[in-house]
Design a protein around this ligand. Sequence first.
Ligand code: HEM
Length: 184
Amino acid sequence: MSVRKALVFSKDEIRALKESWYVLWGDKTNNGIKMLMKLFKMHPESRAFYKEFKDLREQDMPANKRFRGLALSYMYKLTEYIDAVDDPDTLEDLMVTTCKAHHRRGLGPKHFKWMGSVMTSMVKETMKSTYLTELHKTSWTKLMDALVVVATDVQKTLKEESLDKIQIPEMTGVWRSPHNSPRF
Ligand code: HEM
């Protein structure tokens, strides 16, 4: 799917995303903590990337100040996406920044894909006693899928850029046949 297509949301999807985010944002630190713990539980391979929390016991996570801080940073980043969900260019820019920052840590599309199930599960749990609809869940899958599409594009661009930087060393003292000598 093209990046542009992935970033366009219908009015109903935008409403569903904003509505569900309003509920999650209401208890942002705790929901951020729940979200990260869910990522570790649903996708245990993800834990290895969080070097600082490698040895932190699950029961100690909610009280750990670094963990709480990181959880809150995730919530603020997702707020930025929700604020820009009706503006594809800005949303793309925000997602590209996230993808570049994660690419440096060896994280790409495959890893962002994990967030789709994490976020739909968060929305399901948080909204279960109010007015959860199918669209609340599918809109989050679509938003996280958009991040995967952007991450795929970023990965491709960064790969091409690093290939461009590879210098072919100047050949000196090598015999060139008249057939492959450069023409001037
Ligand atoms: C919705 C998807 C995600 C968002 C919005 C997000 C956002 C963030 C933010 C805001 C930070 C802190 C700022 C920074 O250092 O860049 C961060 C750090 C980090 N993220 Fe993510 N992230 C996402 C998905 C993931 C996934 C799926 C993984 C791993 C499987 C991951 C691994 C990390 C790691 C290892 C750090 C550094 C933690 C540290 O400082 O100790 N992120 N992320």
